[in-house]
Design a protein around this ligand. Structure first.
Ligand code: SF4
Length: 464
């Protein structure tokens, strides 16, 4: 199929495009040339994904050529190599309007879809085109880990902590092969989705998770699910640089909901009760060790190689914070199933009752990180640290925007305008098994199960 030219850009489309497809691709190119955001709609079955890929990659190739041509021209003393080629087709991104600019970076394309299975379909469409960009697809350890010991763990956050510990001690053989394999030409020049990467990882005994992160640096196009892009925590964790990148959201009508979800949370009585239970057990353990004259707990170094660098007083303080938070939430009279709703800024008032503030958050997060890291993968009695992990995520979310020095409460009001705090009766699954779970098994004194759950949500989120 001969290539077509749209707005001065050569696009290699695998079929003869329909008029609507040409229009769609022209609009994509127009947005890229003018460096503007675009919202494009087209009926189902009109080949949107293929159009998006071909238009964006065609424009990128042209952009790349323009930079090479400029470099050569500069070396030749400024002579115009292609005097008859209109500069406008490079777009303002290449020329920055009337002033020609010298670009060394060719924009990466970030292609985000809602789910991994949708990404797999997009990647298979890419394989059907003539474009062969360097591709990277980002996934989670849950999907990509091939270390049998780590894969055996049920909880995702334990997998994460075990993996981190193994990476820091270079005790995962698959991780140790990443550096060598990431320069493998087969990998760099193949279009692989998650399943392909895992197959390659098993065959070559290399970690697919870290391999994909490593090839990300050289990738021309990076595929990822929305939440990697929209959730600031995830963006940081995956080191995703948005500056100068072309970002494509496929099926963008889901974006608003994903944004709301990534900044909303539910904290159930079970989360707090299980957190208190873990801290309590740790406290007892530490007290026993201190009595025996040991300063820090000792454990299987090979499986974690980390020690708990927290003194007993800090652990006791953390327990008090958890108890205070539980009491603060449970102190509300919730008259009906609807619960009570407060403005978003109320979350700070509530957390303050448990000494959770902008001033204390760093120390609390550090303590939570220490404990979850220490307990992950520790041989012996399993301790469920998912509640502590969740609390750590919530604290990071709530205190993510530091108030400027000397700023008043107005700052908080403005930042929380879109949110609501909801305190309601607990309807979680764990409530149904309340007397057989953590409360009854962890303590000889049977305690009453707190019945209030806390939700922070943006307006319009279905949780309300
Ligand atoms: S480095 Fe890779 S294979 Fe090893 S534990 Fe971590 S995710 Fe799994």
């Amino acid at each position: 199929m001969p290539p077509i030219t749209l707005r001065g850009i050569t696009v290699d489309f695998p079929f003869t495009p329909y008029e609507c497809q040409k229009d769609y691709m022209s609009k994509v190119i127009e947005c890229l040339q003018n460096k503007v955001n675009g919202v494009l709609e087209s009926p189902t079955g009109t080949g949107k994904t293929l159009c998006l890929l071909c238009a964006a990659l065609g424009w990128r190739d042209y952009f790349k050529d323009s930079i090479s041509a400029r470099k050569i021209a500069e070396k030749l003393g400024g002579a115009e190599l292609f005097p008859d080629r209109p500069l406008s087709s490079w777009g303002t991104a290449a020329t920055d309007g009337d002033t020609p600019m010298y670009y060394t970076d060719i924009p990466k394309i970030i292609y985000a879809s809602r789910t991994h299975s949708q990404l797999t379909q997009v990647i298979s469409e890419l394989k059907n085109t003539s474009y062969r960009p360097k591709v990277c697809v980002l996934g989670s350890r849950e999907q990509m880990c091939i270390n049998p010991e780590v894969m055996r763990q049920e909880s995702n956050h334990i997998k994460v902590h075990m993996c981190r510990a193994k990476v820091s001690t270079r005790s995962c053989v698959f991780y140790n092969n990443v550096e060598e394999k990431s320069s493998d030409k087969d990998i760099a020049n193949s279009i692989l989705d998650i399943e392909d990467l895992v197959k390659y990882g098993n065959k070559e005994r290399v970690c697919p998770y870290y391999l994909s992160r490593s090839i990300k640096q050289q990738a021309d196009i990076i595929f990822m699910p929305y939440n990697y892009l929209l959730d600031p925590k995830s963006r940081r964790a995956h080191n995703i640089e948005l500056k100068g990148a072309v970002v494509i959201f496929d099926e963008a009508h889901n974006v608003e909901r994903m944004c709301e979800e990534s900044t909303s949370f539910d904290l159930t009585p079970y989360d707090l009760a299980s957190s208190i239970d873990v801290v309590d057990k740790l406290l007892l353990e530490q007290a026993r060790d201190t009595e025996r004259g040991e300063v820090t707990a000792d454990f299987n170094v090979e499986s974690l190689n980390s020690e708990l660098k927290l003194d007993i007083t800090t652990i006791a303080k953390l327990k008090q914070i958890l108890l205070d938070l539980e009491a603060a939430i449970d102190s509300f009279d919730v008259p009906s199933d609807k619960g009570i709703t407060k403005p978003g800024s109320f979350i700070y008032e509530l957390f303050q009752k448990a000494q959770l503030t902008f001033d204390t958050k760093a120390a609390i997060l550090e303590a939570l990180e220490q404990i979850t890291g220490y307990l992950a993968g520790r041989p012996g009695i399993f301790m469920n640290t998912s509640g502590l992990q969740k609390l750590s995520d919530i604290i990071q979310l709530v205190f993510s925007i530091e108030p400027a020095e000397g700023s008043t409460g107005q700052h908080i009001e403005a930042n929380t305008k879109q949110f609501k705090v909801h305190i309601h009766r607990d309807t979680s699954q764990h409530r149904k098994k309340q007397n057989t779970d953590v409360w009854s098994s962890s303590s000889s004194k049977k305690q009453a199960w707190p019945s209030r759950a806390l939700t922070l949500t943006q307006h319009g989120h279905p949780a309300l």
